[in-house]
Design a protein around this ligand. Sequence first.
Ligand code: ZN
Length: 235
Amino acid sequence: MADTARAGCAPDALGTVRTLTLQREAAGYGRAQYGPLPLRPGEVVLTFDDGPEPATVDRVLATLAAECVKATFFMTGANLARHPALGQRVAAAGHTPALHSFAHPALGSLPPAEQLADLERGMQAFASVFGTLPAAYRFPFLQETPTMLAALRERRMTVASVDLGILDYAPNDMSMAALAGRLAQQLDETGGGIVLMHDANAATADALPTLLKTIKDKGYKVVHLRWDDAAAPTR
Ligand SMILES: [Zn+2]
């Protein structure tokens, strides 16, 4: 697997060391809220939230391609509905698409019926772009609710939390040095895992070459997370 994943990569590219394929099932991963993914020490999974965003997605895809790494993109249904071709471009580049709500609400502040309506709209938007329903969901702000957890369990969807991140959102310092410094520090603290970043954030898109260099320089290996689509429901 490692050899085929590196085919066509520059010898010094970060590269994708292996692919981790999960079953479509009700599960949860990411030590912020769950147990860890079955990763080896020093492995990371790159995840990007809030896209696809026209101003940044091409830069992000180009940087990932240059380093031969594959990531998982938690996209909002609203952005997919606005930019279906961008979503398809992400998937065509070999990255894994997954769902990050429709309108990015703080679900805990919505009544149950509205939470479920947002999920349903997100599922529809995702299915209309990718032809299948998503296998995994990341909560906006990682803010879980009992209603949503039950709905995801019923749909045999996996909840994707995080192990570490770069805090690339307001009001944090989003200079390249600050983003890379937080990544280095959190890698040291956690030893790897699921890394949360925001591809819709211009500062993150700008810093991504430096962030990937940080991962490479510290000796971490990138694992491509995907889900088994053999039994993917289409609707
Ligand atoms: Zn988000």
